[in-house]
Write a protein that binds this ligand. Sequence first.
Ligand code: GLA
Length: 664
Amino acid sequence: MKISLWMGALVLTGMTLSAPLSSSAQDSAAESEIVKSEQLPANGIWLENLNLVNMSQEYGSPNARKSVDSNPLTLGGVVYPHGVGTHAKSEVALLLNGSAKRFLAMVGVDDERAKAADASISFEVWVDGKKVASTGVLHGGATPKLLSVDLTGAKKLTLIVGDAEDGISDDHADWAGAVILLNPGAKAPTTVGVPIEPARLVIPAVSPTPQIHGPRIVGSTPGKPFLFLISATGAGPITYSARNLPAGLQIDGATGVISGSLKSAGEYSVTVTVKNSKGTASRKLTIVGGEHKLALTPPMGWNSWNVWAGNVDDAKVRAAADAMISSGLAAHGFQYVNIDDTWEGSRNPAGEILTNEKFPNMKSTSDYVHSKGLKIGIYSSPGPKTCAGFEASYQHEIQDANTYAAWGIDYLKHDWCSYGGIAKDNSLPELQKPYFMMRDALYQANRDILFSLCQYGMGDVWKWGAEVGGNCWRTTGDINDSWSSLHGIYSSQDGHEKYAGPGHWNDPDMLVVGAVGWGNPHPSHLTPNEQVLHISMWCMLSSPLLIGCDMSKMDAFTVALLSNDEALDINQDPLGKPAGRVANNEGLEVWSRKLWDGTTAVALVNSTIQTAAISVNWETIGVKGSQPVRDLWLHKDAGTFNSSYKVEVPAHGCVLIKIGKSAS
Ligand code: GLA
């Protein structure tokens, strides 16, 4: 194998060369001419002419002959007539079948980001699973590098753009003049994507014996309304009872709804019991009475945006509440039915916010949702307008909080949007100000309203979201149902775990499994294994679990994903210590967290496009000696292991395990 990396002088990467080096400065000069040329070299094929659907990237889409922002491909002032404009992080694999000779490309940050301080990327070329060339970190404006890789006999070529480990902002990457030189008469290479395989999960048989799920701890401010549905599965009819309920609360034995209003502050240990013809189950529910003790575990529910966007209306919200019960998801812990943007009308002469025609009577919508034991959420912005351009809360904070309370709202998503035009700058006080203001408005209302910050992570919100009263805060831009989005978001969460805990959570955005589509629902474009990874990681990260699909149209797979009690239990773990990444070996990742019962949850994540074995060593996760391992998607014990556990993980998939014996 011969590798040369040209940057004014010939540079060799430190690897074993399996063929004599024949490149010379002369060759490199000739190769530089090839990649700059309009003319296709003999037996060549431009990269842009292959199927780029399989090229992943975390912003935009691959552009033939253009940069990611659709400008002419330009590096160091030179315009390249051919090539592909992409964006970190990006990857594509080409099957060559031994029929290629050489890969050539000039690479760098496109000149459209030459001056961007954040632009920093690295290019890697892999042949048959070995890294054969890499550029190191290239910043905006740096001299581009020529990559020239011998492909003699090679079966697979993989082209990777990394983000230099500093986030993907401004990482506009060009494979300029990228060309594969083939043997005469050879067929064009094909690109490969992640295989669409059946998900690695088992859909368990529904058990008729009663079981209790959902949060083990819930809080409420004394004197304000309390509502909590005991989540329990099992053959109906089920009856519910609770021992040691604190003063002010009562339970409905037929529905499992605990309601009322706490008389006084304190921590109450309640024993909840559910019974049916097959048996009885009991467990402890801690009820915490205190000021603003909300979201002691991450909120679980549904939000209208990812499925309906601007098409949400009263009927769809009521249908979501119906489906939450009829699908059985409420019995697994899902409680909130949240209306996102586009419910807002104008203000009345007194300045009070009104609904628009899609929501004729918000109080009655809210009563309907509450009648099922569920809670209801709403959306606004601290600016004058919401993201979708509707009336928002600027200078009406107290009035709006009181209106929400009067309607019976339990959850507010407060989305920065047009406040960008009000804030003086991006300083911390300016970023915090509108959220302090809305926090105070919510606190003075006569109802507990969970406060969800949405400002996409600005100013490292995870460091101060709790201080401004946030029960959760979005840490990223909007999610969509693509691998790039999913991968970009979950991998950016590493390190944020230390800022979250009971009452205040990182929010990497809502779920994209099932039928999603922002007004035009389609089955999620994530592969089945990507969906397993998505749910596993959102559980590991203690993320709010807000379903983003049409719950009236869920298939058995989607229901199985959303009702895996063993995974949901991690999300709802009362210790509230989200996972961080403890190992990452070229995309084979290990995430781990401690659970309240003394066990350790581990996600083995394969972000590469091939099935691979991943192992976790006990010392990496702070565990010792012989330990039982349980596979939470196969719902079975994997055995007992002494120092490590190794398992095959599907491409873009995840194996979720629990290690240790529960002390509870
Ligand atoms: C922003 C938010 C989304 C959604 C829309 C509504 O984009 O990040 O989650 O709420 O606004 O307009």
